[in-house]
Write a protein that binds this ligand. Structure first.
Ligand SMILES: NC(=O)c1ccc[n+]([C@@H]2O[C@H](COP(=O)([O-])OP(=O)(O)OC[C@H]3O[C@@H](n4cnc5c(N)ncnc54)[C@H](O)[C@@H]3O)[C@@H](O)[C@H]2O)c1
Length: 249
């Protein structure tokens, strides 16, 4: 089914993991994809004309503005660029905190801002999808900058939806749980911690990038035409229930 035929979709974080899966599914669904990443997407996506590859650091405001201003038309945007930046409150320093905020929050905001300007200028009722996280909804130890940045993206999504709704532009997010991508490679050797983490997901398994990409492509498509300001959990039930099994009998 070609749900995205003739739609032009900008995907950041396109060189790896979830962004790369979105690129593949968008192409399969008939879209023209503009793949952007700080790590040259041309060497990862295999995309050629009519698609486009852009080397872009989403935290560089001038570069984002210049790259997106060069686009004539946009129907959809996926903000999948992101970094982890591990560290607890005690471990984090201001520089690392700022870097995570710059990439995850400011980068997402900048792409939303300039991409929506293209949509507004061309009177396009487009769709923007941001990458939140299950850890944007719930707290967790050892990753304070990342978790706070993902909470901010949750709110950014609602506020951007409010600013753009009257123009027919939809802004949504997905909130993934543990997805096996290069970002979570460090968990592969984490033994009991990984087992415990997986057990916190109701489906008792990690998710795959393609499963998140499918949800993103739904939100990009006209099938989601009355959905805006929402964050769709794609987390195997991680945020649905955190109650240990009890036996009161
Ligand atoms: N993997 C998970 O378990 C998981 C869970 C929840 C949310 N997410 C979110 O999904 C998104 C994608 O994650 P992933 O697992 O595919 O990670 P990944 O590390 O595989 O891919 C992230 C991509 O973003 C790019 N990137 C990083 N900084 C950038 C910058 N400044 N400018 C442009 N590109 C930049 C990287 O080069 C990389 O290609 C991230 O926002 C992440 O926080 C992932």
């Amino acid at each position: 089914m070609n749900k995205l035929t003739e739609k032009t979709i900008l995907v950041t974080g396109a060189s790896s993991g979830i962004g790369a899966a979105v690129v593949r599914q968008c192409v399969q669904a008939g879209a023209i994809v503009i793949a952007a990443d700080r790590d040259d997407p041309a060497t990862h996506t295999g995309l050629d004309v009519p698609h486009q590859n852009l080397t872009l650091d989403v935290s560089d405001a001038a570069a984002v503005q210049a790259a997106i201003a060069g686009l004539k038309h946009l129907d959809g945007v996926v903000n999948a660029a992101g970094i982890v930046g591990q560290g607890s409150l005690q471990q984090i320093d201001q520089q690392k905190w700022q870097h995570v905020m710059d990439v995850n929050v400011t980068g997402t905001m900048l792409v939303c801002k300039y991409a929506s300007e293209v949509m507004l200028a061309t009177n396009t009722q487009g769709s923007i999808v941001n990458l939140c996280s299950a850890y944007g909804l719930t707290g967790g130890p050892g990753n304070i900058a990342y978790n706070v940045s993902k909470s901010a993206i949750w709110q950014l999504t609602r506020c951007a939806a409010a600013d753009l709704g009257a123009s027919g532009i939809r802004v949504n997010a997905v909130g993934p749980g543990y997805i096996e991508t290069p970002m979570t490679d460090m968990l592969k050797n984490a033994g009991a911690f990984r087992d415990q983490f997986i057990a916190m997901h109701l489906l008792k398994r990690p998710g795959q990038a393609e499963e998140v990409a499918t949800a993103i492509c739904f939100l990009l498509s006209d099938d989601a035409s009355y959905i805006t300001g929402a964050t769709l959990p794609v987390d195997g039930g991680f945020t649905a229930a955190h109650v240990p099994m009890v036996n009161l009998g």
